[in-house]
Design a binder for this molecule. Structure first.
Ligand code: FES
Length: 618
């Protein structure tokens, strides 16, 4: 034990013992403390700031100089990923580094015509025999193919007496009897619909008999301290010892915490959860099920992604449900377009309509789908985490203390703002950033190329990252520093918005769709729920769509998981979508370079913004 040191984290008062020389970020992970770490520990984002109160540490690099101001260093600020602990230490995790109370979109209920869940319970009669092979079982009310029976289940069958209940898992062919219970327990059959996101997890507890959602809960994906983007997770899996296993454990532990809470609140036994459906992106589906993600690192991986559902038993993952329950991940389509996008399509219903629709799910990775009941085409864009507050100096997730809306007075240039939780602001979240940049353009602080205009008449100043505009002055914030939007932040936003609009334009050009043809704009996820869509169009994230109805669909991934949990028909439809949808790889598409450069202006090319250009010239 001589080589171990004790680390205390305040204000959460958590203590861990780790090997001397451990990187502090690893100690934080061990302590289960969710700290910002966008780059996954490479010293490239500056978000993992901690304050050293006591003890000795050593630097692993000089990268901290890029992110910490001299006065911060003298106050004890360090980057958790760039120091090793050399003695017993005490740290404070500053408010700005903590991940707390995320605003997670849980809503997502859509109706289905017929309930045919992925597992069903039947009253059963057995005619026992000496051994399994000769024992016969009749499931009352069941008329499908002969089910298989595992050795474990078979032994419980041989000892069964009186009325019994058999649980039939129908995800695989042939169906399988996964559990035998005494008495009539046909009414106690539950399932989980799960959205495993890169940042957050949402779980619905569903009564598989009635289809009713009994409860829902959400939390952070414990993988978050291993980096915020899909590529940082893949990189961790590739380079760290047992990286894949650590990432799998992190997400399974997060899920188990949520599942245990849901079942105990509902008074349900975890063994009665007999089926699980997951709508995750391709990387999350792989990491959850322990499937190697190494090949997803390479740009040519799209063709290697199997467009069929990944199916595992819960016991293989360590999920706190019936160990024999099947975990079914909606089919992935490509490297960065996964089961979550298929869930969005199912939830929107766009694949059943004659009308052409556009679906956009904006996250760190943006997914774009066009089509109707006859055709579907998709692409994904590396829009980056800017619209979720990532990579922006004062950016933060949509959680307490985040500025969510901004309006700038065109005469005084003073910003009015609203804050999540009505507290003093700590930073600015995605919807606030879109508002701020759009408003800056419309009051004349920004030119059409997204450059802050330098003029003595305008309240802009030279800052660390180029010119900057103060949204909130230090005396009004919770962090006692001015919250600003800098030129560097705006460049990042412009890059993200050009990637999305450029991606939309590629699909429109290739499939000869005009803005007038699109009848529905489906917006999945938090972006559609919380963002001022008028501002998103003014900024040029989306084109003007004069004939389209805007339909936020909430959390489409969990909706997709919910309907596929309950409906065999929807499972088949989801598979058909994944297999038939065309995917355009923008990285390999020459047209994208052209549409991207047409979209790097506010709002964008004339063909997509006729109304804006008409008003400007009139
Ligand atoms: S700088 Fe530490 S996680 Fe990015």
């Amino acid at each position: 034990m001589g080589d171990r040191v004790k680390i205390v984290f305040n204000p959460m008062d958590k203590v861990v013992e780790v090997e001397r020389g451990t990187i502090l970020l690893d100690a934080l992970r061990e302590a289960g403390i969710a700290i910002n770490s966008i780059c996954g520990g490479d010293g490239e984002c500056g978000t993992c700031k901690v304050i050293l109160n006591k003890g000795e540490v050593s630097d692993t690099s000089s990268k901290y100089q890029k992110w910490l101001l001299p006065n911060e260093i003298s106050e004890g600020y360090r980057l958790a990923c760039q120091i090793k602990v050399q003695s017993d230490c005490e740290f404070t995790i500053p408010v700005g580094s903590r991940i707390i109370s995320p605003k997670i979109l849980v809503s997502a209920e859509i109706s289905i015509d017929q309930i045919e869940p992925a597992s069903q319970k039947y009253q059963a009669t057995i005619i026992p025999a000496e051994n399994c092979e000769q024992t016969s079982i009749t499931l009352h009310g069941y008329s499908g193919p002969k089910p298989s029976i595992s050795r474990e289940v078979c032994s419980s069958l041989l000892s069964a007496e009186g009325p019994i209940t058999a649980t039939l898992g129908t995800i695989k062919t042939p169906p399988e009897i996964i559990r035998i219970e005494h008495d009539d327990r046909t009414a106690s059959n539950y399932g989980l619909a799960i959205d495993v996101g890169t940042t957050t997890i949402v779980v619905l507890l569903v009564d598989l008999t009635s289809g009713k959602i009994l409860n829902k809960a959400s939390g952070l994906n414990g993988q978050i301290t291993y980096g915020e983007t899909l590529l940082t997770r893949i990189a961790f899996s590739r380079k760290a010892e047992n990286g894949l296993r650590k990432l799998q454990q992190a997400v399974v532990e997060s899920l188990n915490d949520i599942v245990d809470k849901l079942t105990s609140d509902a008074g349900i036994k975890n063994e009665d959860v007999t089926s699980v459906c997951v709508g995750g992106n391709t990387v999350m589906n792989h990491l959850l099920t322990g499937k190697d993600v190494d090949y997803l690192w390479y740009v040519d991986a799209n063709d290697k992604v199997t467009r069929t559902p990944i199916i595992k038993k819960a016991k293989e993952l360590g999920l706190h449900v019936n160990p024999e329950a099947y975990v079914y991940c909606l089919s992935n389509v490509s490297r960065f377009l996964g089961g979550d996008a298929v869930g969005d399509i199912i939830a929107s219903g766009m694949y059943t309509s004659d009308d052409v629709s556009l679906l956009v799910d904006m996250g760190t990775n943006g997914e774009i789908v066009f089509g109707n009941k006859n055709w579907l085409v998709s692409c994904s864009v590396a829009s980056g985490p800017a619209f979720e507050g990532g990579g922006i100096r004062f950016g933060m997730r949509a959680m307490q203390g985040g500025i969510e809306h901004v309006k700038i007075d065109p005469k005084t240039f003073k910003a009015e703002y609203s804050v999540i939780g009505n507290t003093r602001p700590r930073g600015i979240c995605g919807s606030g950033i879109i508002d701020a940049v759009t408003e800056m353009f419309h009051v004349g602080l920004l030119d059409f190329a997204g450059k802050i205009i330098k003029s003595q008449k305008l309240p802009v100043r030279e800052g660390r990252d180029g010119l900057e505009y103060v949204i909130v002055s230090a005396d009004e914030t919770a962090i006692e520093r001015d919250i600003v939007i800098s030129q560097r932040d705006i460049d990042y936003i412009m890059d993200s918005k050009a990637a999305i609009l450029g991606g939309i334009l590629v699909l429109m050009k290739k499939f000869q769709v005009s803005i007038y043809d699109i009848k529905n704009l489906y917006l999945a996820g938090a972006f559609g729920a919380y963002t001022d869509l008028k501002n998103a169009t003014k900024l040029g994230i989306f084109p003007e769509l004069p004939n389209a109805k805007v339909c936020p669909i909430g959390n489409g991934s969990v909706s997709g998981a919910y309907v596929t949990l309950l409906s065999k028909k929807k499972r088949e439809e989801a598979n058909a979508i994944a297999q038939s949808m065309l995917y355009i790889d923008l990285l390999a598409d020459v047209m994208f370079a052209e549409t991207y450069s047409q979209s790097i202006y506010i709002p964008g090319p004339k063909e997509l913004f006729p109304n804006y250009y008409k008003q400007r010239t009139s």
